[in-house]
Design a protein around this ligand. Sequence first.
Ligand SMILES: Nc1ncnc2c1ncn2[C@@H]1O[C@H](COP(=O)(O)OP(=O)(O)OP(=O)(O)O)[C@@H](O)[C@H]1O
Ligand SMILES: [Mg+2]
Length: 392
Amino acid sequence: MERDVVLKADKVCKIYGANRAEAERMMAAGHTKEEVQKKTGATVALWDVSFEVNRGEVFAIIGLSGSGKSTIIRCFNQLLRPTSGHVYVEGRAVDSMSKKELLELRRHKVSMVFQNFGLFTHRSVLENVAYGLEVRGLSKTECAERAMEFIDMVGLKGWEQSPIHSLSGGMKQRVGIARALTSDPEVLLMDEPFSALDPLVRSEMQFELLKIQRKLGKTILFITHDMNEAFKLGDRVAIMRDAKIVQIDTPEGMTTNPADDYVRQFIGSADKTQVFTAQQVMIGHVCLVQEKDNPSNALRQMQREGFSSAYVVDNRMRLLGVVTAESAVEARQKSRPLAEYIERDVISVPPDKLAGDIIPLTVGARFPVAVVEEDGTLLGIITKAALLSCVS
Ligand SMILES: Nc1ncnc2c1ncn2[C@@H]1O[C@H](COP(=O)(O)OP(=O)(O)OP(=O)(O)O)[C@@H](O)[C@H]1O
Ligand SMILES: [Mg+2]
């Protein structure tokens, strides 16, 4: 598939302070942001930051406070201008846009969702969500209709007349998201949108955002300082440290191949069960028998491979269940077909199910969990040992 780059940062630097030339020279010579600050008084907020975000992708940027996350995201709607380097939206350099183009960009292409919600607290939910539409010159009824569509989508139906100050933090952020969506932007810029929320509400909002993203296919640049959040939401994750990007990779790639100790430390704080999917922890080698096999063949198969049970599939590899060695012996003694002894209550999960969501299913399970495609095709099995090894 051809890549369709929507956001691009190309060698972006942002330096605050008077002595920029000297700061640049020092950074280029490999000094740290701290050294530069001491020597020159200038603050390097971004240094040589490059990345691309593809259409429909959620790109998460994570880093400690002061690492430059807000600075880079704000370059994309020109709330800030890079000192050098460029950012592009759909191939257009933002810093070369005219006033009019920039206005268009902010109204139609990119919407920003802020950590502190940025809402009119004395106005109602509906008024806040419709705000962006009114300035576009739609009629009052059109605005309200469209706003209601998104209020519904973020789960706030029935609250449209409530004033913002009467809402909880999670609800306020739902309003913020609805408002950002009303202009039907291609890109959502989200700067720590869920940081102010308590953990339960936060994970609810993460789920909500993913649902919306899957439905609308928005391109999302998502800033966080929570590794779990980055891994949960990000198709790819960039780690920032002291104005630079240290690594960009998928959550799995980063977990498997951390670029350095700093990244390793960050990953250490993440819950790996929320990173790895069934497909990634499953064992592809399964003792397989066909339902039409006779019991002796099935037994031989189990003996040869050293298993005390086998997964039974039909002629198209669709999972039917499990037979144990004992029941295969019984079938052979009684000259009954193997199919009569299939135990069908095998737990199965789709390949994209998270390891963390599989662990509770294995409690008390008699057989390893089966990983099956939507049409029932067996892909592999997950043993408890395999699950535990991904957690540790
Ligand atoms: N207007 C400014 N003048 C001088 N320095 C600034 C200015 N804005 C930001 N900085 C500096 O730039 C660096 C990056 O700031 P930025 O706000 O991008 O960090 P951040 O990663 O978003 O942090 P946080 O997690 O706290 O939001 C910091 O060292 C900050 O002090
Ligand atoms: Mg910030």
